[in-house]
Design a protein around this ligand. Structure first.
Ligand code: B12
Ligand code: SF4
Ligand code: SF4
Length: 376
């Protein structure tokens, strides 16, 4: 009788890791790493500092409970390792290209559901672990883990000065996620890479939201404003340009992403602003259900579209904007007033006149300020 080979538990874990790597490759995931679940102390401190300084801009997500989001064991007491992976979305995302008349832009990560292939790959890794008798939970864009902290610790990428995690071969154009497991897989080493002397993303930010290398003031970030509840402050409206959702400027400026960016030229990520303004709630929900929108309330999309219409300076947009002066929602009446002021002309002035004595003082004030624009 032949003796069976002696398989130590650690050898089994190395083999398991290799199987996970093959599954990640087969699922099209980019980069794979494993890290410990020690609390992310520095991240917790950074979140607390961002909350208390106002840099977190009342964001919820991971910010609402720093103790939980920086310590995965507070949600999964059995956790021993995080298997972390990235999905490089540019090859399929395409490009919204230069500003095109009548259209608004969606950031590349959101022009399609690029989280689906990431979550699909992570779920297959989870199944593989479970089939071996281990526990496994997928976390991607979840409030219980800061994905970038896990990716940096696992050596999937390095922290860029834009606060993006950059991955070799893909730069910042990746989405990140993890599988929490109770098996002691071998850990992978963090990357010994940094941005070096480059700081191209800092001046590329249209609002100066990158206040120092690696520090984002979310209260200035256009990606945050596009998904914020309520009125968008006047100072950010012109800066939103043609952005309906998200912002890619600090990613586009990032040299490690240049090569993949240059290859992603298939037109994608442009929406017709007039059609968006004319769409009903169900149509908007169906089409954009992948967006994070406060309370899933599509009024916020209309608000953004009104801003984009105003920024177009295209008077043909007046007909699509003018009906909003009769809207029941003061936020939309107020943003319509601003847009009409930007668009100018007689028709816009006539529509604005309706709002000069609006029952909501904030709307009336917008209309008064905007009227000056239509006369200019
Ligand atoms: C809240 C949130 C936002 C907020 C705030 C972003 C932020 N910087 O925190 C807003 C709405 C603004 C946002 C915008 C975007 N987001 Co977002 N967001 C998140 C979310 C839900 C939580 C992020 C978080 O917890 N931040 C905590 C703070 C403390 O982290 P941080 O700002 O990165 O701070 C670190 C750095 O400052 C670093 N650091 C400190 N000092 C220094 C010094 C130097 C020199 C350096 C290099 C670093 C450094 O240490 C800090 C952590 O300890 C995650 C999903 C998740 N669950 O993790 C996605 C996530 C971060 N977002 C993502 C994406 C794609 C985006 C956008 C690109 C979308 C877009 N195109 O519009 C933009 C990018 C804006 C930017 N430059 O960061 C991806 C990022 C993937 C990647 N490659 O990094 C994530 C990971 C989602 C995912 N699962 O893939 N997002
Ligand atoms: S996403 Fe846009 S606004 Fe936000 S930091 Fe990057 S460039 Fe600035
Ligand atoms: S633009 Fe330069 S400094 Fe900014 S994240 Fe990319 S490599 Fe780093």
């Amino acid at each position: 009788m032949r003796a069976s080979p002696v398989v130590t538990p650690s050898l089994r874990r190395v083999e398991l890791f290799e199987r996970i790597r093959r599954e990640a490759d087969a699922s099209g995931l980019t980069g794979l790493g494993v890290c410990s679940v020690e609390p992310f102390d520095q991240t917790r401190q950074d979140i607390i500092a961002a909350n208390s300084s106002g840099r977190a801009a009342s964001l919820t997500f991971t910010f609402s409970n720093p103790e939980r989001s920086s310590d995965v064991r507070s949600s999964f007491p059995w956790a021993e390792r995080l298997v972390v992976a990235a999905h490089a979305y540019l090859p399929t995302a395409g490009s919204p290209g230069a500003a095109a008349p009548g259209t608004g832009r969606i950031a590349r990560f959101a022009e399609d559901d690029h989280y689906r292939p990431l979550r699909g790959g992570l779920h297959r890794i989870g199944e593989l672990l479970r089939s071996g008798g281990h526990r496994a939970e997928v976390l991607a864009d979840d409030n219980r883990l800061v994905d970038r902290a896990a990716a940096v610790r696992a050596g999937v990428g390095w922290w860029g000065k834009s606060t993006m995690v950059l991955v070799p071969g893909a730069g910042p154009w990746v989405l990140l996620g993890s599988v929490v497991t109770d098996t002691l897989l071998p850990v992978t080493a963090p990357m010994r890479r940094s941005c070096g002397a480059c700081d191209a993303c800092l001046p590329a930010c249209p609002t100066g939201a990158l206040v120092a290398p690696g520090i984002l003031d979310a209260s200035r970030c256009l990606a945050r404003w596009a998904q914020a509840p309520g009125w968008i402050p006047e100072e950010y409206r012109a800066l939103m340009g043609d952005r309906i959702y998200g912002c890619d400027d600090c990613l586009e400026a990032c040299p490690p992403g240049d090569r993949v960016l240059a290859a992603a030229v298939e037109p994608a990520g442009r929406v017709d602003v007039v059609a968006l303004l004319g769409a009903d709630d169900d149509e908007l929900r169906d089409r954009f259900d992948r967006f994070y929108i406060p309370r899933n309330d599509v009024r916020h999309l209309r608000r953004n579209a009104l801003i984009v219409a105003g920024n177009s300076r295209d008077r043909a947009m007046v007909d699509a904007v003018a009906p909003f002066v009769e809207h029941s929602d003061p936020m939309l009446r107020g943003h319509a007033a601003w847009a009409l002021g930007r668009l100018g002309g007689e028709k816009a002035a006539t529509a604005l006149a309706v709002l000069r004595h609006d029952r909501d003082p904030a709307v009336a004030a917008e209309a008064a300020a905007a009227t000056a624009g239509t006369l200019g």
